[in-house]
Design a protein around this ligand. Sequence first.
Ligand code: 16G
Ligand code: MG
Length: 562
Amino acid sequence: MKEEQRSLLLRSSSQFPPPEGVKLSYGTSGFRADAGILQSTVYRVGILAALRALKTESVIGLMITASHNEVSDNGVKIADPNGGMLSQHWEPFADALANAQTPEHLLQLVDEFAESEGIALDGAKSVEILVGRDTRPSGSSLLEAAKLGIGSVIGAVALDMGILTTPQLHWIVRARNNGDKASEIDYFEQISSSFRLVLDGFDSKWEESNEVVDKLIVDGANGVGGQKLQVYKEVLELNGLVIEVRNTGLEGGVLNEGVGADFAQKEKVVPHGFGSQDFGSRCASLDGDADRLVYFTVLSESGNKIELVDGDKILSLFAVFIKEQLSILKNRDTKLGDDYPCCIGVVQTAYANGASTDFLKQQGLEVAFTPTGVKYLHEKAAHYDIGIYFEANGHGTILFSELFLSWLEATNNELSSVSKGSEQQKAALRLLAVSKLINQAVGDALSGMLLVEAILQHMGWSIHRWNELYHDLPSRQLKVKVVDRTAVVTANAETEVVKPPGIQEAINAETANYPKGRCFIRPSGTEDVIRVYAEASAQDEADRLAKSVANLVDKFLGVGSS
Ligand code: 16G
Ligand code: MG
């Protein structure tokens, strides 16, 4: 490392001492904590992003957000060149950097890491880091810290992209590295035009169906997703989708407080701003940075309960639709080129409702499981030609392999010369349009919502019809405060505890008391708790099973236990 670089890093890092007595970890999806202690972490992630850009010789993203956490929290994460999550192989370095106690230690870590990764810190290359943030008030001062971190690596330049949803930043990074048009406007142009294309390929069955079709009402979680939708909804309305946005945050509500996808999914009650007047309507809820999406309806004209249509149902809708298009394509009578043995797979986590997994398997689909966290699901889904992944909490997308897309392009070209306008050609066009509509970088509530809307129109389905695809098994989630959550180590996509010894056997014994019972525990990646999930054939059984397993956790590891 050149002397100039050395003294720049020492000088700037001395302005950002780490918070005392706090150990930070990159976690499931970046660093998250109370915004008041994050200046030094965000500064250091700026350095990390600059190193990553130098290593990959590509544009890198840095997003300042804490998703569905309360407004006083914030966080930071990195988008890799392909728009995906930071390579897991760099996470230990991220942890070490965030926790370095002195500027000298930080310098040493950078020096050693750059050496081992073969990153030349000689200022010879110039790289860009795109910095985005959500609407949190702490975002702008943390942005300055990120810029200083980036600027302390010679050759790295920070570009402030302003307020964006997390998936928008990931999309922009990916598009930039692919040499495509890559502004926020380009993002909206792409998703709204491909939404129109998907719809053009369909004969909407809504007109002929007896289902009541109304506008879509969206809960924006008082965050960035609501704001963006409010600004761009006219574009979408031009394309035939009527949207009413509530909780944009512009009317004074607090981010994620009694609103948003996480609230709706966990509490199963109406978000603020919704109520009996919405009985029967099709409603959707985004989370604080708009990478999660759930749908719901208000259950009755009195009371505040909702019927949740979660990520598992979105996954099932997408899977049914994609399968339908593939089978239309397969039936083409013109013998055109080689048949492509398209390998389609769906990816879920242990939180997926058992009824959804049964449904997907009945559809003849291959279902794979990974631990919680988008980085795991995404990686697995990328193994398929069409990989559909969703967490029950609403985070997911559809990935198309390059190979499959080129086959599809070629097939579409051939079909359009031989049988233009045929059902087969329309199916090819629809799949191509879907691959442009749905975010290929990461799960995206806005683009996911447009695809749901397009498919519902195509099927002529109301939200109630969609929800009838299968009936969820009753479930219950609880969390238990423990002394040290890292004491719990799991295996088999978090369905089995391997440490501490004895607890899995105790969970098995408890679960055996319930005929359709299923239960697992896992350490949270975002909070200092152990999470408990239980499923059974009746709600009171699921409640009892969760409660007794939570007691077991408390006995083995709880704050009160020694
Ligand atoms: C993060 C993850 C989400 C996961 C959740 C689990 C990303 C982008 N987000 O929000 O996928 O479901 O953490 O939280 O990966 P937990 O570990 O606290 O249960
Ligand atoms: Mg989120």
